[in-house]
Design a protein around this ligand. Structure first.
Ligand SMILES: [Zn+2]
Length: 244
């Protein structure tokens, strides 16, 4: 039992490495080792905004009275600026997912990566009025060069801890639901998708699974927060519109 608690503690600390939340979690476990952590989780959606798919996700979140974090692709923001703004206006958080969503940012020079990062930042800021400071790398591909650019630009790197594989066209809504709910723990960051970098890619199965995932987790006592709250960090550059 103690070994498993220590294992959970170590993995949580390494996941939230260096954050205030890691200290809070460590204190929770060390002061009273059996104290139950808060059952907070964060739902995240990548690759939007994406037309009706994003609208449908927003409607579900509104009906369920919860908020999520959307990592936006700049070229989609330029195509759907009103939907990007709607995401923010409805109380959700937006983050940077690069302008062109390439697989190869982790092999690029600092300068080439930074150009794409800033291009997305400008698209998001122009459409929504907020300057994102949360970043998720496309496909989770991250390099030390990217990390130092992100630090220079004031970004917090956000990966995920639960992947229900809704990106796969082979997964049914039930498989996405099971794959997500069965792996969720307190402080999990759940990966889902409302969009894609190409056209004609409906998120039918994700959208069918989403209300079930939310209901299952609510029934298990989970509450939903945005990533900035979960990690106790800033979602946006405050007070000004940066480069805009
Ligand atoms: Zn992506």
């Amino acid at each position: 039992m103690l070994n498993s608690i220590l294992l959970i503690l170590i993995s949580l600390i390494s996941f939230f490495n260096g954050t205030a939340k890691a200290n809070t979690i460590a204190q929770n476990f060390s002061s009273t080792s059996l104290q139950t952590p808060l059952k907070e989780v964060a739902l995240t959606f990548d690759d939007g905004p994406y037309g009706t798919s994003t609208e449908e996700v927003l409607n579900i979140l509104k009906t369920e009275n919860i908020h999520a974090t959307f990592f936006l692709i700049g070229k989609n923001v330029d195509e759907y600026p009103k939907i990007a703004k709607e995401i923010v206006d409805e109380g959700n958080i937006v983050g940077n997912h690069t302008y062109s969503h390439l697989k190869t940012f982790n092999k690029m020079s600092a300068n080439d990566f930074a150009k794409d990062l800033i291009r997305d930042e400008i698209s998001i800021a122009s459409s929504t009025g907020v300057v994102p400071k949360l970043f998720r790398p496309p496909y989770g591909n991250i390099s030390n060069t990217m990390k130092s650019e992100l630090k220079k630009e004031g970004y917090t790197l956000v990966l995920w801890s639960v992947d229900g594989k809704d990106w796969s066209l082979n997964k049914t809504a039930n498989q996405i639901e099971d794959g997500t709910v069965s792996k969720t723990k307190p402080y999990s960051i759940l990966l889902m998708h409302d969009g894609h970098e190409t056209n004609n890619y409906p998120r039918v199965n994700s959208i069918e699974a989403l209300p079930k995932i939310i209901e299952d987790l609510k029934n298990k006592g989970y509450t939903f927060v945005t990533v900035d709250k979960l990690l106790e960090t800033q979602a946006y550059l405050s007070g000004k519109l940066g480069r805009i």
